[in-house]
Design a protein around this ligand. Structure first.
Ligand code: SF4
Length: 327
């Protein structure tokens, strides 16, 4: 089966200048990332702030260019940004941002904003647009009387529902959701996540769900890729990642997630802050914070390896012949 979207060895480098007269330092925000998402599947991408998750999300949609590697959608290479082919494809791939107020136009009411993509992409005849707008509003749980409201007249959760309705207007095959609930109250987060999951199943949409919050990702993702400083360090089914995390970074992240119905497990507190991407540690970038680090970790970067249970992991110790040391 052809993946819906595929990332192949993606690299994105920014040049960061230190001080007014300093040299520009290349920063590999995304450093050789590959994965595939099948139709209707949800891939969760997790990691701390600065791990390159959001840049990766924008690269998948062609909003940020890759300096190396390529994105393929339904088996074909992504057309160049700004071309008519790319614009046509973008209707099938939508982005849901963290901040719904920034994503909506404050001067237009909700019905007008939902009708916009129908008009821009000429998706349905004008006389059917109002009915489609009502359908979209109902799908995301907005009331008919909210059609004439402006974004500032809605709550944060209602605004995010409107953003999702607009993303659904073009009947996309892929939603890239970048921290879609992190700006919302905890009580609202679950409602929006459940709604996204229901809509995804109803319309067979694939999702790339980017979040720093593993609790949220666990509720929505079929598979999870864990990112650290621009690279994937572990990828597996959601069940495997949360039941038996292998990479020490994944273990620390998962240990902070309470599991319903089980005693609180011993939490691993990560030492220190994530390193500055402009000053990447030698060898394994995680070694200054890793409780299992050995000499080889300071010198040689581990490569992602597939292991028996179908996961991939990049770690000299937990994925290698020395795995029993770490058990
Ligand atoms: Fe830790 Fe070494 Fe594995 Fe990196 S390679 S995660 S430093 S044990």
């Amino acid at each position: 089966m052809t993946p819906l979207i595929e990332a192949r060895d993606l690299v994105r480098i920014y040049h960061v200048r230190r001080g007014l007269f300093g040299h520009a330092t290349p920063v590999r925000a995304v450093d050789g990332i590959s994965f595939a998402v099948m139709p209707g599947e949800t891939l969760g991408i997790v990691g701390e702030s600065g791990s390159g998750k959001s840049t990766l999300g924008r690269m998948l949609l062609g909003i940020d260019d890759a300096q190396e590697g390529q994105v393929r959608f339904e088996g074909r290479e992504m057309p160049a940004r700004g071309t008519s082919d790319w614009r046509r494809l973008r209707a099938k791939m939508q982005l849901v941002y963290q901040d719904p107020l920034a994503a909506l136009d404050r001067r237009l009411n909700i019905a007008t904003q939902l009708a916009e993509p129908l008009e821009i992409h000429r998706l349905i005849p004008k006389e059917h647009r109002a009915a489609r707008v009502s359908e979209l509003m109902a799908a995301v749980g907005l009331r008919p009387d909210q059609a004439t409201r402006f974004p500032h007249e809605l709550s944060g959760g209602q605004r995010q529902r409107a953003v999702i309705a607009r993303a659904l207007a073009s009947r996309p095959k892929l939603l890239v959701c970048d921290e879609p609930v992190s700006a919302l109250d905890v009580s609202i987060q679950a409602q929006i996540v459940n709604m996204l999951r229901d809509l995804q199943q109803q319309y067979s949409i694939a999702m790339v769900f980017i979040s720093h919050d593993l609790k949220v990702v666990r509720n929505v993702a079929d598979r999870v890729a864990v990112m650290y400083l621009g690279r994937i360090v572990e990828e597996a089914s959601s069940d495997v990642i949360f039941r038996t995390p292998l990479h020490p970074y994944t273990r620390a992240l998962v240990s902070s997630v309470p599991r319903p119905g089980t005693r609180l497990q011993r939490r691993t507190i990560l030492q220190g802050e994530p390193p500055n991407p402009a000053n990447r540690p030698s060898g394994c970038a995680f070694h200054p914070r890793c409780p299992l680090a050995q000499n080889i970790c300071r010198v040689t970067a581990p490569v992602l390896r597939q292991i028996d249970d179908g996961r991939t992991v990049a770690c000299h110790v937990t994925a290698g012949e020395d795995a029993q040391i770490a058990a």
